[in-house]
Ligand binder design. Structure first.
Ligand SMILES: *Cc1c(COP(=O)(O)O)cnc(C)c1O
Length: 368
């Protein structure tokens, strides 16, 4: 059972759709598939423009830094992925300033407002919706609303790689929202997507940047249902299949509601057996638990109960574990996982097993 917060398992109907014979990307047949996928993508982003890029999620992060920051970037670092925006800026000699917090702590709206007020050079803010390093949720929508009141020309770029497909995002004040194929969208890695506001498109076109990751040329081509370079035809066919499936099986809102409920049930179940939820504001994409026994717990979960979950990186190595909620996870899979954690705690002589985790999971999931 693969319950890591990316990559997530690829459903069989998606694998089947992608197994069809190769089609050329410069044909009316593929343009038709591209057009349908693009429509679905604009719908899930809830934004007026979107581009698909043949890269992992980081390629889209880089494209947003190089195409949407013309003066100075403000990056929000509460973990590995927020830190990455700063590293990208550095790699391109783009001036940037960073607000750094511990990996369990979201940035405060006030800290961002203060930074923007004190530095008129800042023209773009880069932030994660869900920072996957510790599983926290930043108050991106509130930050965006406050920043736009101060200066509406500052671009707000949100990395939604573990948020798009998890929850409904209010994109009113967002200029770019990034996602990738291998997390909540349940596809193999290799496709990155960016939703864009009209203001972002204008800014990009005013000063086109880069070659392969040139968003101005991609926007132009993709509006004509083609791509500047060879399209990831297989992954785009897979993307169409998954988005269509979600739409035709209850819709996006039903998926978001189900994910939120499963995430809450998992958190409550683990708290009830004495586990500490790591982030002060947890995102629904994953549940992150802080425990010194993380390595032992993960090892037994995998060898004895066939549950694969993720650990931590850098200073959180061996200190946390992360259970995925993204994608089409069945309720019984999450219930099996929390029960397995409780069994493992018993085996490690941390807490005797009495079935509490599953009881609380079921109560929260089905009666909550
Ligand atoms: C996984 C992830 C990324 C990086 O994506 P890659 O596909 O590995 O390049 C960036 N941001 C967040 C929040 C992620 O979870």
């Amino acid at each position: 059972m693969l319950l890591t917060p990316g990559p997530t398992p690829v459903p069989e109907f998606v694998r089947t759709a992608m197994a069809d014979i190769t089609i050329h990307h410069r044909t009316p047949e593929f343009e038709d598939i591209f057009a349908q996928t693009r429509e679905l993508l604009l719908e899930i982003f809830d934004m007026p423009e979107a581009v698909m890029l043949a890269s992992s999620g980081t390629g889209a992060m880089e494209a947003c830094v190089t195409n949407l920051c013309h003066k100075k970037a403000l990056t929000i670092n509460s973990g590995k992925f927020g830190e990455r925006f700063g590293k990208i800026a550095q790699a391109f000699n783009i001036d940037f300033t960073e607000i750094k917090n511990e990996w369990n702590t979201p940035v405060s709206v006030e800290a961002v407002v203060e930074a923007v007020k004190n530095d008129s050079d800042i023209d773009a803010i880069f932030i994660q919706l869900c920072e996957s390093a510790g599983g926290l949720r930043h108050p991106v929508e509130q930050i965006a609303a406050e920043v736009k009141k101060i200066n509406p020309s500052i671009s707000i770029i949100a990395d939604g790689i573990t948020a798009i497909g998890v929850e409904k995002i209010d994109t009113t004040n967002l200029d770019a929202v990034i996602t990738g194929s291998q997390k909540a969208l349940m596809l193999p890695p290799g496709l990155a997507m960016i939703g864009l506001s009209n203001a972002a498109v204008e800014k990009i076109n005013k000063k086109p940047a880069g070659y392969y990751l040139n968003l101005a040329s991609e926007i132009k081509k993709q509006r004509e249902n083609t791509t500047a370079y060879t399209a990831t035809t297989t992954l785009i066919i897979g993307l169409k299949a998954i988005l269509k499936h979600i739409k035709e099986n209850g819709g996006f809102d039903a998926l978001y509601a189900k994910t939120a409920q499963r995430a809450q049930a998992t958190r409550e179940a683990l708290k009830a057996i004495g586990m500490d939820i790591y982030p002060t504001v947890p995102a629904d994409a994953m549940t992150t638990v802080y425990t010194e026994a993380s390595n032992d717990i993960r090892k037994l979960l995998k060898t004895k109960y066939n549950v694969n979950i993720a650990g931590g990186q850098d200073h959180l190595k061996g200190k946390i574990f992360r259970i995925n909620h993204m994608g089409l996870v069945e309720d019984y899979e999450a219930s099996w996982a929390v029960n397995a954690v409780e069994l493992v705690l018993d085996e490690l002589n941390i807490r005797p097993f009495d079935g509490t985790a599953n009881k609380v999971f079921a109560q929260t999931m089905f009666k909550g």
